[in-house]
Design a protein around this ligand. Structure first.
Ligand code: HEM
Length: 136
């Protein structure tokens, strides 16, 4: 799909696609201001069909991020991408990327410096003072 062929949907339109059963079954969801038709994906979702049905026709960005979906999951999104949310209706959420457990990011480095150095040092100093006070 070329850039100028991107379809734009209003939330009003997305909301209609929460037909969970029957011949007209149609389930769309919104993740980071992009619209996905996940009707064919329901059976395949490793997290189960139920949770996707709960998010049918809604902005599921937060729930999607809360689960901490892997980069594989994020790549799969492109298969179901059908268009973007109209600029009047955007939610402005960002793709946070897969959860990182302590590599690369400045934020994690900073907090690991505090937990791995500052906290043990303060504890050790605290213990030394208590020791001197009690036994000294
Ligand atoms: C088209 C959108 C989605 C795709 C392609 C997708 C894909 C996946 C994949 C591949 C997994 C396996 C674990 C992983 O690789 O992260 C997974 C697990 C899961 N997903 Fe999704 N998912 C989508 C939307 C959602 C939404 C909207 C929710 C709502 C909360 C959700 C909830 C879950 C849950 C609860 C699990 C199980 C996590 C676990 O067992 O640890 N998913 N999904």
């Amino acid at each position: 799909m070329t850039v100028d062929a991107v379809k734009i949907y209003k939330m009003e339109e997305v909301k209609k696609h929460n037909i969970l059963k029957g011949a007209n079954k149609s389930v769309w969801t919104v993740i980071h201001d992009k619209v996905y038709d996940i009707t064919q994906f329901l059976d395949e979702h490793p997290g189960g069909e139920e949770i996707l049905l709960e998010n049918a026709g809604t902005n599921a960005s937060e729930s999607f991020e809360d689960v901490g979906h892997s980069s594989d999951a994020r790549e799969m999104l492109s298969e179901y991408y059908i268009g973007d949310i109209h600029e009047d209706d955007t939610f402005g959420s960002a793709d946070l990327g897969p959860k990182s457990w302590g590599t690369g990011q400045v934020q994690t480095q900073e907090s690991s410096w505090i937990t791995s150095y500052l906290i043990p040092m303060s504890l050790a100093l605290g213990c030394a003072f208590i020791y001197r006070y009690v036994f000294g």
